[in-house]
Design a protein around this ligand. Structure first.
Ligand code: S3P
Length: 173
């Protein structure tokens, strides 16, 4: 960890339902670093919820918010930053992340993802509206290689968020 430059961050990427927000909270508690969630920062900055932004302005406008918020959040170091599942889609965002921190991709098998996104407080993800199961399948296929650029990967399918956080702490550069 000492080798992580003081301006650097730990950035968590991964498909919806991989546990990015929960794991980032745990890492934040363990390291005493501030945790930030780009989706929450977008909602604060826009003064609207993510479904509202998608409904009113469309996905591209949401992606523009995401790029701006990502850059702002990463200008400071010593943060754990949880990103939205699609933050990796723009090449510029991937570059920003690699420049500003250690990027960890959380992965999970399709069944685990479907189970997680269809349980508890769901309905907050516009891209999964309608048939969530079919949407997850299609997006997983479309984003098959989207997380390959990360510096490290952890499969969360059979692990609790606490176990994932522990593995990441052990693997810190
Ligand atoms: C999205 C993932 C969501 C949120 C938005 C779009 C995506 O974040 O940013 O609904 O494109 O995968 P989570 O991964 O936190 O659900």
């Amino acid at each position: 960890l000492n080798e992580i430059d003081s301006r650097r961050n730990i950035i968590i990427v991964g498909f919806m339902g991989t546990g990015k927000s929960t794991v980032s909270q745990l890492l934040s508690e363990r390291l005493g670093w501030e945790s930030k969630d780009t989706d929450a920062e977008i909602e604060k900055a826009a003064g609207r919820s993510i479904p509202q932004i998608f409904a009113k302005d469309g996905e591209e406008a949401f992606r523009d918010w995401e790029t701006r918020v990502l850059e702002q959040t990463l200008c400071q170091g010593n943060r754990i930053v949880a990103t939205g599942g699609g933050a990796v889609l723009r090449e510029g965002n991937r570059r920003t992340m690699l420049e500003r921190g250690w990027v960890v991709a959380l992965t999970a098998d399709k069944a685990s993802l479907i189970r997680r996104v269809t349980s508890a407080a769901e309905g907050t993800r516009p891209l999964l509206a309608g048939d969530a199961e079919a949407r997850v399948s299609a997006l997983l296929e479309a984003r098959k290689h989207a997380y390959d650029f990360a510096n490290a990967k952890v499969d969360t399918s059979d692990r609790t968020p606490a176990e994932v956080a522990e593995l990441l702490l052990q693997g810190l550069p």
